[in-house]
Write a protein that binds this ligand. Structure first.
Ligand code: NFS
Ligand code: SF4
Length: 637
């Protein structure tokens, strides 16, 4: 039903897809094939389902209807749907952030015994950034104030007062520009609700005004991400470089293998902490190697960054760990989880466990997770996995041999610490000097998902190696980071092999000064998708040091396999804070020339950033490099 040679560039995925075919098990790739051809109206954004008079469709070639029944034209229809995608993305990231902020608040009030402030220095640094007094105060009083200020970003009703975290994160120049345009949000929840309300039938139909509203709601997505990352670091620790490995070869034949899949470290971090306590029970059940926790998608990135937990795989191949026949449990929380998982698990002994009462899946076992009994729940789930080990069919175990060595853990703090080893008095100076002398041409941040519309992981490898060869420093988050880790690009060897001479020299100097015993990895893993905020904080530090705006920096963003509504929100705020942003999958906006022009051209004049839509990875690399060169010229370099 599908052509395996174009599905994935990941060797483990290809191997497992052969097994899927042999055993007649359906995966996302098979379902993608079954969906072809996909609807042209939907693909171009010209199908409106906003009211029940619809669906209405606009003929892109001008031979059929030009207006929906209410009178909405292609521009309105495209803009409304795109803006709603941004709102959904912002809601998702911010809900994750709210969850962490509420946990902090409950911790401060003494209600959570299973959590602690594991990085006190980060907690105090965050407090200082938000203007919370710390001197001589009890830590939990500081935590309570930080939590309350954070929750204020979901509650403030004064439209003139921008969200606290955005104000504490972006450079002054950028804040002023966004404020002047009226797109600096005051409240995450209110902005998401306003976005839903203005896109209801018969409300905002002016495409420019709608897109501006989209930029505003996308900025709430950034707000939610920054607060999620920074507070998670305080709760669970700020990542430091750590050596681990990636791809399905991280599963162990003699272990109780447990995959954590989803996004929120509130659950996955506790699972990692308690696994050691149940080691003896696993061994007693016959698993001589004990319990082996592996990650999938973004929660995988969270625990990889903080604990060196290996990454089994990224989004599109999340079904495949079950097909190895060696996965005892897949533990889920929220977002980007395929509803097909329990169906596949039925063919094996794997238990699929949902944990969030608002995110259940038919066929999965639900174990309600609450922070007040986190350790107890994590143990219950791990014991379900240990019990499943006894039901494993040894004859059906097929673990691919491949696991790539991966150096992860490059939080902003870790990067600054490495740079401090080069110049203790002025850590950012080595980066700036090397950007000025051209050893580093610029920085690219890879983010976003996998998408069946392209070969899995292939464009990431192609664009990243192409830009590194041209001396562009490469950062990555989310499933982009998963792709680049599985491709073996998060190693010093990859730097030796693929980096241009200038970049290689800088990476060696920093890596050696920082005691890594070699150059920095070619790609710096900055974390999960919410951790795109780390790159914003780093870019802001560089901009502030140079006295310029983010839109002046030779920094670009690339999402070659953008898929989710969250990715739409991230891409949009990346543009809104001033970065040229590449999408390798065509978003459903091409049905409107006006909206397409707004986000690919007008945005550049208005806010400095713009979307670059390019499905060919080689041409995308050229376009991203050209955008970097344009920025360099602007800086007189
Ligand atoms: Ni980001 Fe991470 Fe992956 Fe895409 Fe989904 S897991 S939050 S949305 S698919 S990168
Ligand atoms: Fe059709 Fe207008 Fe209803 Fe959309 S909102 S479905 S265009 S009538």
């Amino acid at each position: 039903l599908h052509d395996c040679t174009t599905c994935s560039s990941d060797a483990c995925a290809t191997e497992m897809l052969r097994i899927a075919d042999e055993q007649n098990i359906e995966t996302a790739w098979h379902r993608h094939a079954a969906q072809q051809p996909q609807c042209g109206f939907g693909s171009s954004g010209l199908c409106c389902r906003i009211c029940m008079k619809g669906p209405c469709r606009i003929d892109p070639f001008g031979n059929g209807p030009r207006f929906g029944i209410c009178g909405a034209d292609a521009d309105t229809i495209v803009a409304r749907h795109m803006v709603r995608m941004m709102a959904a993305g912002a809601a998702s990231h911010s809900e994750h952030g709210r969850h962490i902020a509420l946990a902090l608040r409950h911790l401060a009030d003494g209600h959570l015994d299973d959590y602690a402030i594991r990085d006190e220095a980060k907690m105090l640094a965050v407090a200082a950034r938000l203007g919370v007094a710390t001197d001589g105060r009890a830590l939990m009083d500081v935590v309570r104030d930080v939590a309350d200020l954070t929750l204020g970003d979901f509650q403030n009703q004064d439209e003139k007062k921008p969200c606290t975290w955005l104000a504490a994160t972006l450079p002054e120049k950028r804040l002023k520009k966004l404020g002047d345009l009226g797109i600096l949000p005051h409240n995450i929840d209110a902005t998401v609700a306003q976005t839903m309300s203005r896109t209801h039938i018969g409300c905002d139909s002016d495409p420019t005004n709608l897109v501006l509203g989209g930029l505003r709601v996308a900025l709430t997505d950034l707000d939610g991400m920054v607060l999620a990352t920074e507070l998670s670091d305080a709760l669970f620790g700020t990542p430091k470089p750590v050596a681990t490995s990636s791809n399905l070869g991280v599963l162990k034949v003699d272990a109780v293998n447990v995959a954590v899949n989803g996004h929120n470290p509130i659950l996955s971090d506790v699972i990692c902490q308690v696994a050691a306590d149940l080691e003896a029970e696993a061994i007693a059940a016959g698993a001589t190697a004990g319990i082996n926790i592996v990650g999938v998608c973004c929660t995988g990135n969270e625990v990889m960054m903080r604990h060196g937990i290996p990454l089994a795989t990224n989004y599109l191949s999340q079904e495949l760990p079950i097909l190895t026949g060696a996965l005892e449990a897949m533990v889920l929380d929220v977002q980007c989880i395929m509803p097909s998982l329990p169906r596949i698990a039925e063919c094996f002994h794997t238990v699929v466990v949902t944990t969030d009462p608002r995110n259940k899946i038919k066929g999965a076992t639900h174990v309600d997770f609450s922070e007040t009994k986190a350790v107890e729940t994590a143990k219950t789930i791990l014991r379900m996995a240990i019990a499943a080990y006894g039901r494993r069919d040894k004859n059906r175990v097929n673990i691919p041999k491949l696991a790539q060595r991966t150096i992860a853990g490059f939080s902003t703090e870790a990067i600054v610490a490495a740079l401090t080893a080069v110049d203790a008095a002025d850590p950012l100076k080595p980066v700036i000097d090397n950007v000025v002398n051209g050893n580093i041409q610029g920085i690219v941040l890879f983010g976003g998902c996998n998408n069946t519309k392209t070969m899995q992981d292939a464009s990431y490898f192609r664009i990243a190696t192409e830009l590194a060869r041209r001396n562009v420093l490469v950062l990555a988050t989310g499933c982009a980071a998963g792709a680049l880790a599985k491709s073996g690009l998060m190693t010093p060897e990859a730097t030796e092999k693929y980096a241009g001479e200038g970049l290689k020299a800088v990476s060696r100097a920093i890596g050696e000064a920082a005691g890594l015993g070699g150059p920095l990895p070619l790609v710096l893993h900055m974390g999960s998708c919410v951790d795109n905020s780390r790159a914003v904080i780093l870019a802001t530090a560089l901009a502030n040091k140079l006295g310029v705006d983010l839109s002046d920096l030779p920094v670009v963003v690339s999402a070659p396999e953008a898929m989710s509504e969250k990715a739409v929100a991230i891409g949009t705020w990346a543009v809104t804070i001033g970065f040229p942003t590449h999408l390798g999958t065509v978003p459903p906006v091409v049905g409107s020339e006006t909206v397409t022009r707004l986000v690919t051209e007008t945005a550049k004049e208005l806010i400095g950033g713009h979307f670059i839509v390019e499905t060919d990875p080689a041409i995308a690399a050229d376009k991203l490099f050209a955008a970097i060169q344009e920025r360099r010229r602007g800086l007189g370099l």
